[in-house]
Write a protein that binds this ligand. Structure first.
Ligand code: PEP
Ligand code: MN
Length: 343
């Protein structure tokens, strides 16, 4: 249930409601909205009579949410969540482009890639250093050394960086060095890891697992937010289906579904979704048309030499072509937004 306080409610009135729950040993969480305080209490609804709460001074509404996710529910907070990193706004009007190699392979490779993607207008640099690979015999990432190289690329180019975290113990160390913590598809339901990044002070990019339903995806975001970290970015990266013409099936219909259900930003990763460099450009444009707040694209200076996901990496020319199209799309969209149909 959600208790929506009046805009004019003062802190004493909020405290009064909170102490009502404290006395009954019921846990509450505060949801931050731009103009008012919202209090959520999830587990003990049966013990509370809605009418009891409505008489508290400062209480505007008491809403019963039928969905199990509360903090990420658009019915709780309508305003879109916009995550700001330096002057980049994820979830704002313009799409944000995250680009870089699947894995950090060397200092030279990551710095070269960072320069290439920055020159083409990418906003954020990606690069895996702890790689969750299907086979234990595949390249597992350069780990701490890779993180140092990624950090160096940030210092050289000024691009904020994102990397995947796979272990709760690594969170504090990685958090210190990166701008966004990534939770990979395979760990979307690793609840201890979700709680650990929920305690971190950096935004979290949460990738949808390859078999997650919308509600499961949102409940994973809820895990992070229930620990206090409200800066969650969702990422669709393809799901498993019977189709075998692409690595996964890009489920773009989740973009409008997410925008209707939650106020969190949603970006799309067409690289892992298709596994094919020739499909990245068309599916990127489709993702933007579907309303995605950004894209995550794998780029390598020389894809044939990539130690992981070589088939899906764009080379610099392909990335440049994609960025030209993205730029045209943004300009068209701005112009289109200001026109009204003639009919
Ligand atoms: C990645 O982005 O590096 C990655 C491993 O993707 P996913 O978790 O979506 O497979
Ligand atoms: Mn990859």
């Amino acid at each position: 249930m959600l208790i929506v306080m009046k805009e004019a409610a003062n802190s004493e009135q909020v405290d009064n409601v909170l102490s009502f729950f404290r006395k009954r040993e019921i846990e509450t969480r505060l949801i931050h909205s731009d103009d008012r305080v919202i209090i959520e209490f999830g587990n003990d609804e049966s013990k509370i009579d809605r009418k009891q709460l409505l008489v508290f001074p400062g209480v505007d509404q008491v809403i019963h949410l039928k969905e199990p996710y509360k903090l990420v529910n658009k019915k709780a907070v309508e305003d879109d969540s916009v995550i700001e990193i330096d002057n980049i706004r994820i979830g704002g009007e313009e799409p944000v482009i995250i680009a870089g190699p699947c894995s950090v392979e060397s200092e030279r490779q990551i710095i070269e890639t960072a320069r290439i993607v920055r020159e083409q207008g990418a906003h954020i640099l990606r690069g895996g250093v702890f790689k969750p690979r299907t086979s234990p015999y595949s390249f597992q990432g350069l780990r701490e050394k890779g993180l140092q190289f990624l950090y160096k690329a940030k210092q050289e180019t000024g691009l904020p960086i994102v990397t995947e975290v796979v272990d709760t113990e690594d969170v504090p160390y990685i958090e210190e060095h990166v701008d966004i913590l990534q939770i990979g598809s395979r760990n979307m339901q690793n609840y201890e890891l979700l709680k650990a990044v929920g305690l971190a002070n950096k935004p979290v990019l949460l990738k949808r697992s390859m078999s997650a339903r919308l509600s499961e995806f949102l409940l994973s975001a809820e895990y992070i937010m229930s620990k206090g970290n409200e800066e969650v970015i969702l990422c669709e990266r393809g799901i498993r289906t019977f189709a075998d013409h692409s690595r996964n099936t890009l489920d773009l219909s989740i973009v409008p579904a997410i925008k209707e259900t939650t106020n969190l930003p949603i970006i799309v990763d067409p690289s892992h979704a298709t596994g094919r460099s020739d499909m990245i450009e068309p599916m990127s444009m489709a993702a933007l048309a579907a309303g995605a707040h950004g894209l995550m694209i794998e780029v390598h200076p020389n894809p044939q030499k990539s130690v992981s996901d070589a088939n899906q990496a764009l080379n610099p020319q392909q990335f440049s072509s994609l960025m030209h199209k993205v730029q045209h799309y943004i300009e068209w969209q701005k112009a289109y937004a200001n026109t009204t149909p003639a009919y």
